[in-house]
Design a protein around this ligand. Structure first.
Ligand code: SAM
Length: 231
């Protein structure tokens, strides 16, 4: 099975319990990571934002809340069960936020070139089959001067790595198995985190995709980082 299809199936299987497992497994810190991302986006005052790999939509909801009616927010993903979850949450909110959730593959985005002010990707870049192609697609849809904000797991500070890698390998799949009934999904998650490039590596990849003024901001002992770049 192609990797993209396998990734999509895996997220499809955990979609209903995805939010709960996220919040429990990160000890609730994921709320703060997403809020920090959204605060950085707000500073750039975009007219429209596309949240890619939106999953169950938490970044898109936070963007809409923070940026208000003048900013158009779209959430796109290639896993329909995750999008269904996002749409279910949207309809259950009062008032119902004006966010469009739709299907799209980051590697071939159905959006015009130079049409977007800001792109966010939270915990989605790591799953791409072809990261450089994904970054180039993001660069293509951004208008000149538009910004990309990538929130992603990273390699933590050196002294913390042994504890963290032990947690990922032995503790995370067990806890996640209890919560979602799918320990193998979190085995995969831990594996992708360990293999993911460090801040400097991803910074270079973002530059190679044509971005400038690329920053990497570590958070929580470097477990995650926000990478920001200008098209
Ligand atoms: C870990 S979830 C992150 C969801 C959400 N952004 C969040 O912060 O919770 C990763 C998401 O990336 C999506 N994804 C992975 N590869 C993708 C691709 N090539 N195109 C679109 N979505 C993709 C998956 O379907 C999944 O919903």
């Amino acid at each position: 099975m192609p990797e993209a299809e396998a990734v999509c199936r895996m997220f499809g299987r955990i979609a209903k319990r995805y939010d709960l497992s996220n919040h429990l497994l990160s000890w609730g810190i994921d709320f703060w990571w997403r809020r920090t991302l959204v605060r950085r986006v707000k500073r750039t005052n975009p007219g429209n934002v596309v949240d890619l790999a939106t999953g169950s939509g938490d970044v898109a909801f936070a963007l809409k809340r923070k940026l208000g009616v003048r900013t158009k927010v779209q959430g796109l993903d290639f896993c329909q069960p995750m999008l269904d979850e996002a749409e279910r949450k949207r309809r259950n909110r009062n008032p119902v936020p004006a966010i469009h959730f739709g299907w799209a593959d980051i590697l071939d985005l159905p959006l015009e070139s130079d049409s977007v002010d800001a792109v966010t990707v939270a915990f989605g870049i790591r799953n791409l089959e072809n990261r450089s192609r994904g970054l180039e697609e993001i660069r293509r849809i951004l208008r000149p001067g538009g910004k990309v904000f990538i929130l992603e797991f990273s390699q933590p500070y050196r002294w913390f790595r042994p504890f963290y890698y032990t947690y990922l390998k032995y503790v995370l799949p067990v806890l996640a198995g209890w919560i979602t009934g799918r320990p193998e999904a979190y085995d995969y998650l831990g594996g992708t985190i360990v293999k993911f490039p460090r801040r400097r590596g991803l910074t270079l990849e973002i530059r190679e995709a044509g971005f400038h003024d690329v920053l990497a901001i570590p958070m929580t002992l470097g477990i995650v980082s926000i990478h920001q770049g200008t098209a």
